[in-house]
Every structure is written in C-alpha cells, then in structure tokens.
Design a protein around this ligand. Structure first.
Ligand code: ADP
Ligand code: MG
Length: 399
C-alpha cells in the first residue's frame, strides 16, 4: 500500500498512531498534575524501562497535559557528558523570564532571577553570554555557596515561590535521567524535596533505564518515598494487537488474526518493534488487507531496518573489548546473567572484567536488575549480537 498513507511511526520519541496500554499510567500523571495545580502534595515520576518501550513518547504526552493545564514547563534530555546545572540553567532562565513577563512587577520573581544569577557565580559555570545575559544583580548569599546540593535547593525554592506568586506551576521533564551522576542526581532530588517540604508547585516527570530505581535510592534514600517508579515494558498481547490493528482499521485496512500472531511472535510486544513491523507490513501489502503472507514478506526488511538503526547505533559506540564482553553475554542466551557466569564464558576472573562491565552500565548498554546480575537494556540485543558477530567464539580456556 501507498507508503504516504502509512500510519505507523517507528522512531525515537515519535508519537505512535495508537498509544496503546499506557492509559493507567497517564491517568496517574493526570492526577499528579491536577493535585499540583491545586497546591496539594503529589509524587513525581521516574518511569523506567528498556529502550524502545515508549518512555519518551510518554513524557511528551505528559508534557502536553501539563502545558494544557497552564503549567510552565521545561523538557531536558540528560546526556553522558553534560552536567545537570549546565543543562538546566538555560531552561530555568527562560522560565523565570516568562514568569517575569507574566504580570506586574513581583518581588518573588525578581528574586528568582537574582538567585539564578548568584547560582551561576557560585558554581562558576560559563555559558555563552547571549545565552545567559541576566540584567540583574545577584542575590548575594543565596544559592552561591558553591555546594550544588545547597544551591540547587535554594534556586528551586526561589523559582517555586516565583511560580506561586504568579499562580502557576512548574513541571520539569527529564528524559534519560540515568545519565546524571550520583552528585547531580542527589542535588536534584534534594531540591525537589525542598520544594515538597515548602509545598511549592514543582513537579518532576522523568524517565530512564531500569537502573534508575537503584541510582535514585543510592543518591538519596528518601527518593523512594518522593517518586513513583512506574515500570514500562512490552505491551500485553491485547494492547499490542490494538497498536497494530486500530491505525489500519481507521484507514479501512484489515489486519487478520494470523498476521497479528506473526507480528507478535517477532515484536514480542515491544512498542518500537511493533511500529517497525507494522510499518513494513503496510508497505508490503498489495491491497487493504494485511495477512500472514504479507508479514512473511515484511519481516526481512523490518529486521534489516532494526539492525541498521536501532541496534547498530548502539553497537557502533562500543569498543572491541566491550563487543567481546557483550557477545559472550549473548552467547549465554536471552535473560539475566550473573557477572560471574559471563566472566566464566570469557575464561577470565570476574574482577578483571568488572571495569568493563561498569563502563557498559555507564553507557546504558546493560544494567543490573539485582545485585551482581546483568541484562541488556535493549530488548533482543542478544539476537542482534549473534547475527552481527556470527563467527565469534569464546577464547579457549588454556589462554
Ligand atoms: N504505547 C505505545 N503503543 C504503540 N507504540 C508505541 C507506544 N509507545 C511508544 N511507541 C512507539 O515505540 C517507539 C519508541 O518509543 P520511545 O518513546 O522513543 O521509546 P523509549 O524512549 O522508551 O526508548 C516509537 O516509534 C513509538 O512510536
Ligand atoms: Mg527515549
């Protein structure tokens, strides 16, 4: 069928034609937004899940919700090489300037801007001048101690108060939050804690890889009581079928039950894979009917596309030793493996590959579901590694 009318949306953060299976979670987000708007206590969110399960899509949906409710928002994507303050400051500056323009002169808003200015001097962060020009004197003695935890808390509280006098709320969206280091994460949690204690309307809605639950708890032990950690995973069979069938049906296209079976056995309910298979199925179908034969034709290009994009970009960021380690893990099969089992497969002592393993966790390739365990953060990455490194063999024991 005509690709121009293809409704499916494989991609990163690309909204799917049918947002399937996330209604309960979106309802919880809606409640938290509503409560924040009324000045009632609400827990923030750290949604966790593997790559391609729809975390970014969900954040975008929540962003639209918050904006619709009149919140002032910022959306940040954390990054391996960037510090929290560096990413946050330009957004907070814009936010405060927006609050400033929102009404008549307000002391709390001006103070927010001054505190931001002192925050910058305290941390000695340098930015492009145009980016950060703040034509205001710093608030000496506030948020300029040089301790990130203390200063960020002070800054968040100042911004929260500024929002309060403007009778608005702030929602902070952070994607890939697992990339923040221990110190940054601790400071962020503490700053939000301060806002909660002062009943200031600042809500965090964020998403990250599964290791985030542990990282947050280690950064601040009270994190588990401050946030909800909803788990996003593969869709149930029913939701997966709807993600495929509903968009087709909307254009008068039938997807037969055996086609749905075939897609499910390939995509296993993972949202990104579902989009990729459905997309190729649409293009391969000769007419307004997607059946099992169509899926058989669509599967090789769908898989090729996955290999060349979703899997490949991650594979290309690995060093040869990292590839070797992960390939040994893939050789063990799907699932979760103890670090010792992987080392054994490589005929090395676990301690000698411990730094390699930590590096791979830092890169977001693997995570530790339980202490000492290791699993891929990308669904079906083990299959891919076996495809792309077919001739790999474990080193012989004698070496
Ligand atoms: N609930 C859903 N139902 C169907 N497709 C979805 C759903 N959530 C996400 N997708 C699709 O999955 C892909 C990956 O989504 P994304 O939000 O980028 O995942 P993540 O951020 O977890 O890696 C996108 O192509 C998106 O259209
Ligand atoms: Mg994402």
């Amino acid at each position: 069928m005509d690709p121009i009318h293809n409704p499916y949306a494989p991609g990163a953060g690309t909204p799917p034609p049918e947002l399937s299976g996330r209604q309960d979670l979106l309802e919880r987000v809606r409640i938290a937004i509503g409560r924040t708007r009324l000045g009632r206590p609400a827990k923030g969110f750290i949604a966790v899940g593997l790559r391609g399960v729809g975390k970014t899509v969900l954040l975008r949906e929540a962003l639209a919700m918050a904006t619709g409710e009149g919140f002032h928002t910022c959306f940040i994507e954390a990054h391996e090489q960037k510090r929290l303050a560096e990413l946050l400051v330009p957004h907070l500056r814009r936010l405060l300037l927006d609050l400033d323009r929102l009404g008549r002169l307000a002391a709390e808003v001006k103070r927010g801007l001054r505190v931001l200015k002192s925050f910058l001097s305290g941390l000695k962060i340098t930015y492009g001048e145009a980016e950060l020009a703040l034509d205001i004197d710093p608030e000496i003695g506030a948020a300029d101690s040089g301790s990130l935890e203390a200063d960020l808390s002070e800054l968040f509280a100042a911004i929260g108060r500024a929002a309060m006098v403007r009778e608005t709320q702030i929602a902070l969206f952070i994607d890939e939050i697992q990339y923040f280091g221990h110190r940054d994460l601790g400071a962020l949690i503490m700053a939000l804690h301060r806002c909660a204690q002062e009943r200031l309307p600042v809500l965090l809605i964020s998403a990250g890889l599964p290791q985030m639950v542990g990282l947050a708890g280690r950064a601040k032990s009270y994190a588990e009581r401050m946030f909800e950690f909803p788990q996003l995973g593969a869709l149930s069979r029913e939701d997966a079928d709807r993600a495929v069938a509903a968009p087709a049906q909307a254009q008068g296209v039938v997807v037969t039950p055996d086609a749905l079976d075939a897609i499910h056995s390939e995509a296993r309910g993972y949202p990104y894979f579902i989009q990729e298979w459905a997309y190729h199925a649409w293009n391969a179908a000769p007419g307004p009917r997607i059946d099992r034969e169509v899926i058989l034709v669509a599967s090789p290009p769908a898989l090729k596309r996955l290999d060349e994009s979703f899997f490949r970009v991650r594979f290309d960021r690995l060093t040869p030793r990292e590839k070797h380690y992960l390939r040994a893990m893939a050789a063990l099969g799907p699932g979760t493996w103890r670090a010792g089992e992987i080392a054994e497969r490589l005929h090395v002592r676990p301690t000698s590959v411990a730094p390699l393993r930590s590096g791979l966790i830092g890169k977001g390739m693997i995570y530790s579901p339980q202490h000492g365990e290791t699993a891929f953060t990308v669904p079906m990455f083990d299959d891919f590694l076996r495809r792309i490194m077919p001739d790999w063999a474990p080193p012989s024991a004698s070496r």
